[in-house]
Every structure is written in structure tokens, then in C-alpha cells.
Design a protein around this ligand. Structure first.
Ligand SMILES: *[C@@H]1O[C@H](CO)[C@@H](O)[C@H](O)[C@H]1NC(C)=O
Ligand SMILES: *[C@@H]1O[C@H](CO)[C@@H](O)[C@H](O)[C@H]1NC(C)=O
Ligand SMILES: *[C@@H]1O[C@H](CO)[C@@H](O)[C@H](O)[C@H]1NC(C)=O
Ligand SMILES: *[C@@H]1O[C@H](CO)[C@@H](O)[C@H](O)[C@H]1NC(C)=O
Ligand SMILES: *[C@@H]1O[C@H](CO)[C@@H](O)[C@H](O)[C@H]1NC(C)=O
Ligand SMILES: *[C@@H]1O[C@H](CO)[C@@H](O)[C@H](O)[C@H]1NC(C)=O
Ligand SMILES: *[C@@H]1O[C@H](CO)[C@@H](O)[C@H](O)[C@H]1NC(C)=O
Ligand SMILES: *[C@@H]1O[C@H](CO)[C@@H](O)[C@H](O)[C@H]1NC(C)=O
Ligand SMILES: *[C@@H]1O[C@H](CO)[C@@H](O)[C@H](O)[C@H]1NC(C)=O
Length: 750
């Protein structure tokens, strides 16, 4: 077998520091799960070769089967995916797997097809994805996710689930009581920020032991499955964040307080941090990793995720201090695991750029010996890459990551041209130590094309052709014979407008003001971290795209049986409505400020806003993918019928997507456009706003945002305490037919 790998690839594909499986059982099991009718049609064989590479060909002997030769199990999965997508015309999506729609007679490959990864690491997950998306996933949801990842060739996923189980044992070992520990751990929907040391403790009740135990059991399944699929799980380690009581137990230990995070009160932030040069740190690290290895195997992985300063300021900016911290941290990892590789999210270098000067980053990274010792995730490389200013992270391995989505928000946005060019440019830069491409989205919500695109770019040494890519993507997303040209046209429009956003001020998901706490100013045209400025013209993008999709459905009604098609039509209509909302809001504000405004005129100007919200809720209710009840019932079902526990989980679920904190500390950060949330919570806030403006116009009181926000906060607190389905307005399943409602919306809003 001859591999035609470009020189560059061969040079960069050093064997990663992990021991991936060489058993093919996992890949055969994947076929059995996803394509049972063809479970005997695929043959995989591992062959010698550099990096991750595969060849797919027709099985010799005319059996109608397909053979995938591959150098790694991850490459086997990618080879299978390449066959399914390029020859079979089917794919697996966040909305579901359509791989079982492969034709009964498998299409022939003909001339064998080679593929190879251009980077040794294909990475997935942000620490916070475990809360914004996966907080309440059960094993079945995890299985679907892991198959999605494996098939796309991801080989380095993060695996945080159930961290608290071993951590609690380590805490108990050093003498902390259950009360000390309970006061430190955060609730099920907020564990990521506790793991980051941003917050400590809970609101709405302590973290139940049952949660910790159940999540740990789930992690055992997840980690095993990752390994079976040829992935190297990135496991947690001891970070140094400890309960405040540690300082009482060990008065001489080097413990400092981390910084205050967001608007949280000191009792819930200012987390204690045991400094890594204290011998106790190494002891606890050793204990943690030993226990974890005992649970998952000593050679399953040597890559550890460990973040101490993610949105958390170091105690000192002295370069000697920072070097000491990283050197001590790394030494503790290597003492516990001689092959340890330290992975850290590079978000801090962007988010806290004024603190993290080049000198400080250099001190921090260079104090860790060797270049294979660390993997830095350049977390937001699509908009604010940090590798240039850090001289390719001073030679440490790093991964080009796409962040894109904050808080699991749902606006359509993307920058395909950047994804097609920037990662390869970084890889080909002289002296580059880039070793991977990956996804660090905070939540997996919509815009699936931009994520697919980057994971596919990781298997192409030349820039993907966006036009051709989108066309192929649409063809297999809408799996009908005779796909109307208008369906392709819709995506040509979207990919050249919404998904070609080069405005640096509105990168990452664009948030709708519908989801924000109403106010007379400050909502529209925001740029930066939470952009609300719409970066494209709705009239020349969303609207013609929607019209084309609707036309396609009229031409070929079979499209209405394709879940991804209906999902997209609802998505584009959703975007139309929330964009229209901005115009109505602007009218209301100017009416309020106009000299002739009366209580009645302001109230009248407010009605269209409320109508859009009601319409949006009606639209979302037609689709099984946009229901608040999914999120809540996922949470409740983890309680196995214990109502007290289920209510506690529901509070966590509700609070994360609304107030995010007991008192709206990062209000609306993780907002969603979900049926049931829009029609109850957002509607009620905007009704209150309109009524307030009308009232003060009528009685001559000045606008007082403090008074208004206090009122709105109380609505949020009450909403968070509710139990789903107790009101007649809260159906648990879909209502109505998507296309009927879409047609009504087109009549009304175009
Ligand atoms: C802490 O240090 C002081 C002074 O060195 C010493 O007297 C004391 O015994 C130490 N306490 C503990 C708990 O180690
Ligand atoms: C850390 O914060 C706690 C709680 O606010 C406080 O009691 C303690 O004194 C602080 N410790 C240090 C070292 O500042
Ligand atoms: C892990 O791999 C190393 C070689 O890298 C080997 O020496 C060791 O025995 C393995 N440990 C276990 C528990 O399999
Ligand atoms: C870090 O600082 C501590 C306390 O000053 C010191 O004992 C230790 O040797 C330093 N460690 C490194 C790796 O520089
Ligand atoms: C990209 O693909 C399109 C559609 O297949 C094709 O027309 C175009 O020539 C390609 N562009 C390049 C630069 O290869
Ligand atoms: C937002 O900005 C755009 C273009 O900069 C401008 O046309 C529009 O009036 C602004 N909208 C609002 C509501 O301020
Ligand atoms: C968009 O279309 C609407 C309705 O046809 C029209 O009122 C509006 O002026 C258009 N906006 C722009 C920016 O062209
Ligand atoms: C139900 O859950 C609550 C809260 O987690 C717990 O205290 C209680 O023991 C559980 N009840 C049963 C019967 O398991
Ligand atoms: C005017 O209306 C506002 C909003 O309802 C209310 O808070 C305020 O007390 C009213 N003021 C008077 C003087 O009635």
C-alpha cells in the first residue's frame, strides 16, 4: 500500500502521546449500531502507516462489500464516514442519524479513495459544553454524540463527566468533612465553572450524592466508548481549587483566594486555590490521578485537562510566580503519570489579554519543560487567535479551535472563508507547533455546517472549496431523490451571507434581543463578546433563503419527511422573526420618546413585539428540536421518579438558561429560543416592559431602569421555581405543523 501524503503532513504527524486502541471491535460495533442492515458489508483492517490515514475500496471478490484499510481506529471511523457521506449520500447529524438510509445495494467505490488527517489531533468540547449542552444527557444521548465525533475523525475529546466522584474522595482523604465539601461543589447545571474555580457552592440546594455517583457511572461508559472508538479521552486532574475549610485544616499551606467572577457574591466565588508549589498539591494530584487510573486504566490516556486561570486572575502577576505555578503544576502531573501531557484552554490569553502580556505567557508556558508536555487550545482562533503573538505558544503543541457559540445561543452566523484558510495557514507557517484542529463551542446549538466544515478541513491539506462543500453537504442533508435546485440555492445564499461573516465585531453567535431583559437602551447593535448587531441584510439573505426552501418543499413534498429539512426551515423562519423584532422594538422606543406619545400610543406600538414573540413560540412548538420541555424532561428523568430530586434538577435546568445565578448574576447568558421559554418567560418580560412604558407615559413618571429590572428579575425568580407542565400553556410535545405555520409567518413578516 502506497500513501501519497504531502510532505508537510508526514512532517507534522508525529505519533500523539497516547495509547489508542488497536482493537477493531469498537468500529464494528459502531457499524452495528448505526447501519445494522449492512453490518456484514464492511471490512476494516489496520495497516502500518504514518499518522491517521485510510483507503476505502470495494471488497475484493465482488461480494458488494466495502473495505476500509486504516492506520488507526480513528482513521477507520473516518474512512467509514467518507464512504457513507461521499458514496452513500447519508450522514449523522445533531438532529439524528440517517446512516441507516444507506441504499440496500451499497454503491461501489471504483478507484480506491485515500484520505489522511493533516493534523495528529482532532479535538472536541469546551469544558462548558458539558453544562450548556450535555448537563442532563443520558447514555443514549452520549452514544449518539460519540458516534458523531468518531465518524468525523475526532480522536481527542474532553471527558469531564463525574469528576466530582474522585475529587470528593481526595478531599475526604485530606480531612475535609462532607459539609466542607458540600459547601464547595456546585449544582448539576453549573459544574464547569466550579471546575474552573470561577464559582463555589450551590444555590437551590446542595449537590446530591446521587448525582455524583450516577455521573461517575456514566463517565465509565463514556470513557470506555471513547477508547473503543479509537479516541484518547482527555481526563481531568486536580487543579488546586479547594473548599475554604482547607485553610483552617492546613493553616500553613499556601492557599490564596481566586478572583471574583462576574457579579457573584463572595460566598459563591473567590474560590480557594492551593498553590502548586505547596507539597500538599502534589500529594492531592498523586491521589487523584492514581484513583482515576485505577478506575479507567493507567494507559487509557496521558492527556489531562487542567485550567487554573480561566476567567480567574492569578494571585500575582510576577513572572517568577507564574513560572513557579506552571512548573509546580506540571511536576505534579509528571510525578503521578510520567507520560502526562497538560492540556489547557487558551481563552484567558484573549479574554484577559491585559493581564496576560507576552512576557507573562512566556514565563508561564516556558517554565514547563519540553514542547510535547503541553497542548494549548487556541480557543477562539476563528476570530481572535493568540498563536501569532505567542510565537506559536513558544513551541508548545497547540490546537486551532473554533469557539463560535457562546452559551448555547441560537443565532445563525459563521465564517466559512476563514475556516477554509486560517487553520491551514497557521499549520503551514514556518516554525508552527500547531498539532490539531477542533471545536470548542460552548454549546452545540444550530449552525452545524460551521462545525462540520472545520472537522472536514482537518482531513484536507488544501482549502475546502466552499461552493462545492456546501452543495455536497446540502445534498446529503436533504436525502431525497431529485433535490430541487432551489434547496441548493437557499444554501448558496446562506453560505455567502450569513455564513461568510467577516465583520470582526460580530463573530460568534449573534444573540437576539428577544432573549435579553427588556430595557429602553443598550440592547440593539451590541458588538464584541455578545453581539446583537445583525451582520447581514435580512432582506437579501434570510428571506430569499426561506423562500427558496419553501419553494423546494412545494416542488418535492418528500422534503417534508426529512427532519433536517424541516429543522432548517423552522430555523430560518425563527431567524426572520427575531430579526423583524428589532424593527418593532426600534419603533416602540421612538414612539415612547416622541412628543405626542400617550399611554395608548405606546401600548399600541408595543403590541407587534408581543405578537412576534407569540408567533415565534407557535413556530417553535411545531418542531421536536426546539422544545424547552426536552431540556427539562432530560433533567427530570435523571431523578428516576424521585420528585424532590426531579424538582431540584428542574430548577438547575431553568436557572442556567435564564438568571444564571440566584440573582441574575450573568442573566440571559445561556438564553435559548425554545418553545415554552419564549411563550412564557420572554413574553411575560416584554409584556411587563410594554405595560411599564405605557404606564409611565400616562402618569408622567421618569423611566427608571433599576425599578424595571428589579421587577423583571422577580419574574425570572418566579419562573425558575415553576414546575413544567403545571400550566395549560405548556404542552410537553409538538403542536401544529411546521410548514403551515411557516407559510403564515411568511404572509405576515415578508
Ligand atoms: C505552622 O507553622 C508554625 C510556624 O512554623 C508551626 O509552629 C506550626 O506547628 C505549624 N502548624 C501546622 C499545623 O503545621
Ligand atoms: C478567602 O475568602 C474567604 C471568604 O471570603 C475569607 O474568609 C478568607 O480570609 C480569604 N482568604 C485569603 C487568603 O484571602
Ligand atoms: C502502560 O504502558 C507502559 C509502557 O508505555 C507499560 O510499561 C505499563 O506496564 C503499562 N501499564 C499498564 C497498567 O498497562
Ligand atoms: C516555587 O516557589 C516556592 C516558594 O517560594 C519554592 O519553594 C519552590 O521551589 C518554587 N518552585 C519552582 C519550581 O520554582
Ligand atoms: C469550487 O467548486 C465549484 C463547484 O463545484 C466549481 O465550480 C469551482 O470551479 C471550484 N473552485 C475552485 C477554485 O476549484
Ligand atoms: C444599528 O446599526 C445599523 C448600521 O450600523 C443602523 O442602520 C441601525 O439604525 C442601528 N439600529 C439600531 C436599532 O440602533
Ligand atoms: C426590507 O424589506 C422590507 C419589506 O419589504 C422593507 O420594508 C425594508 O425597507 C427592507 N429593508 C432594507 C434594509 O432594505
Ligand atoms: C429523593 O431525592 C432527595 C434529594 O436529592 C433525597 O434527599 C431523597 O433521599 C431521595 N429520596 C429517595 C426515596 O431516594
Ligand atoms: C406610574 O407607573 C409606574 C409603572 O407602572 C409605577 O411604578 C408608578 O408608581 C406610577 N406613578 C404614579 C405617580 O402613579
Amino acid at each position: 500500500m502506497q500513501w501519497f501524503l504531502p510532505l508537510l503532513v508526514a512532517a507534522l504527524c508525529a505519533a500523539p502521546a497516547h495509547a489508542a486502541t488497536t482493537s477493531l471491535d469498537g468500529i464494528y460495533a459502531l457499524v452495528q449500531r448505526q447501519i445494522p442492515q449492512h453490518q456484514d458489508s464492511f471490512t476494516f483492517s489496520l495497516i502500518e502507516g504514518d499518522g491517521d490515514a485510510f483507503t476505502i475500496s470495494d471488497t475484493v471478490g465482488g461480494s458488494g462489500g466495502i473495505t476500509v484499510q486504516c492506520t488507526t481506529v480513528s482513521a477507520c471511523a473516518r474512512g467509514l464516514y467518507t464512504y457513507a457521506t461521499q458514496f452513500g449520500g447519508v450522514d449523522i447529524w445533531w438532529t439524528g442519524s440517517r446512516l441507516n438510509q444507506l441504499p440496500a445495494t451499497l454503491p461501489e467505490v471504483g478507484q480506491p479513495v485515500d484520505g489522511s488527517a493533516v493534523v495528529p489531533y482532532r479535538y472536541h468540547f469546551n469544558t462548558v459544553t458539558f453544562d450548556y449542552t450535555a448537563a442532563f444527557w443520558d447514555w443514549e444521548q452520549w452514544e449518539a454524540e460519540l458516534d458523531w465525533l468518531a465518524l468525523r475523525g475526532v480522536n481527542l475529546p474532553l471527558a469531564w463527566v463525574g469528576y466530582e466522584y474522585i475529587l470528593t474522595q481526595v478531599f475526604q482523604e485530606v480531612g475535609l468533612t462532607d459539609t466542607d465539601i458540600a459547601s464547595f461543589l456546585s449544582g448539576p447545571a453549573f459544574q464547569a465553572w466550579n471546575r474552573f474555580g470561577n464559582i463555589q457552592g450551590s444555590w437551590g440546594g446542595d449537590l446530591p450524592t446521587q448525582w455524583v455517583n450516577d455521573q461517575y457511572a456514566l463517565q465509565q461508559q463514556i470513557v470506555q466508548r471513547m477508547a473503543d472508538l479509537g479516541m484518547t479521552p482527555v481526563l481531568p486532574a486536580f487543579t488546586g481549587f479547594v473548599p475554604h475549610a482547607m485553610a483552617r485544616l492546613y493553616p500553613n499551606a499556601s492557599i490564596v483566594n481566586g478572583s471574583q467572577w462576574s457579579d457573584f457574591p463572595s460566598s459563591l466565588t473567590d474560590t480557594s486555590f492551593l498553590e502548586p508549589f505547596d507539597p500538599l498539591f502534589a500529594t492531592m494530584q498523586q491521589s487523584f490521578i492514581t484513583k482515576q487510573q485505577a478506575a479507567f486504566g493507567a494507559n487509557l490516556t496521558h492527556v489531562y485537562t487542567l485550567d487554573q486561570y480561566n476567567e480567574n486572575s492569578p494571585y500575582s502577576g510576577d513572572t517568577g510566580y507564574l513560572a513557579n505555578i506552571s512548573a509546580g503544576t506540571f511536576a505534579s502531573l509528571r510525578e503521578a503519570d510520567p507520560e502526562a501531557v497538560w492540556m489547557m484552554q487558551g481563552w484567558l490569553f484573549f479574554a484577559d489579554e491585559s493581564f496576560w502580556t507576552d512576557d507573562r505567557i512566556s514565563a508561564f508556558l516556558n517554565a514547563v519543560p519540553g514542547s510535547d508536555s503541553m497542548i494549548i487550545l487556541d480557543l477562539y482562533a476563528e476570530a481572535a487567535p493568540q498563536w501569532q503573538r505567542t510565537d506559536s505558544y513558544y513551541g508548545k503543541q497547540w490546537i486551532w479551535c473554533e469557539l463560535h457559540d457562546y452559551g448555547g445561543n441560537m443565532g445563525m452566523e459563521g465564517n466559512l472563508p476563514e475556516l477554509a484558510s486560517a487553520p491551514l495557514a497557521a499549520l503551514n507557517t514556518a516554525g508552527s507547533s500547531m498539532k490539531g484542529m477542533g471545536l470548542t463551542m460552548e454549546g452545540q446549538e444550530g449552525n452545524e455546517i460551521v462545525y462540520d466544515f472545520l472537522l472536514d478541513q482537518a482531513w484536507s491539506s488544501t482549502s475546502l472549496n466552499i461552493t462545492a462543500y456546501v452543495e455536497a453537504w446540502v445534498s446529503r442533508r436533504y436525502t431525497v431523490a431529485s433535490l430541487p435546485a432551489s434547496a441548493q440555492e437557499a444554501w448558496t445564499i446562506l453560505s455567502t451571507t450569513v455564513y461568510s461573516n467577516t465583520n470582526p465585531n460580530t463573530q460568534a453567535v449573534i444573540k437576539s434581543i428577544v432573549e435579553l431583559s427588556p430595557s429602553i437602551s443598550g440592547l440593539t447593535n451590541a458588538t464584541g463578546h455578545h453581539p446583537t448587531e445583525v451582520s447581514y441584510q435580512t432582506n437579501t439573505s434570510i428571506i430569499p433563503a426561506l423562500q427558496n426552501l419553501v419553494q423546494a418543499a412545494a416542488q418535492n413534498p418528500l422534503l417534508l419527511t426529512v427532519p433536517e429539512f424541516v429543522y432548517d426551515v423552522v430555523d430560518v423562519t425563527r431567524q426572520l422573526l427575531v430579526n423583524r423584532f428589532i424593527g418593532y422594538y426600534t419603533v416602540l422606543v421612538s414612539e415612547y420618546y416622541s412628543s405626542g406619545a400617550t399611554s395608548a400610543s405606546v401600548n399600541a406600538a408595543g403590541q407587534p413585539l408581543l405578537t412576534v414573540i407569540t408567533d415565534l413560540d407557535t413556530l417553535l412548538y411545531t418542531s421536536p428540536y426546539y422544545l424547552l420541555s426536552n431540556w427539562i424532561s432530560d433533567a427530570r428523568s435523571l431523578a428516576n421518579g424521585n420528585t424532590t430530586y426531579a424538582d431540584y434538577l428542574e430548577y438547575n435546568a431553568r436557572n442556567q438558561i435564564t438568571l444564571w445565578g440566584p440573582d441574575g448574576e450573568i442573566n440571559d447568558y445561556a438564553s435559548k429560543q425554545w418553545a415554552g421559554l419564549v411563550g412564557t418567560y420572554y413574553l411575560s418580560r416584554w409584556q411587563t416592559f410594554v405595560t411599564y412604558l405605557a404606564d409611565i407615559t400616562g402618569n408622567g413618571t421618569a423611566y427608571d431602569n433599576t425599578v424595571l429590572q428589579a421587577q423583571l428579575l422577580n419574574i425570572g425568580k418566579a419562573w425558575d421555581q415553576e414546575i413544567w407542565g403545571q400550566s395549560a400553556n405548556e404542552p410537553l410535545t409538538t403542536v401544529g405543523t411546521s410548514m403551515t405555520v411557516v407559510d403564515q409567518m411568511i404572509q405576515k413578516y415578508i
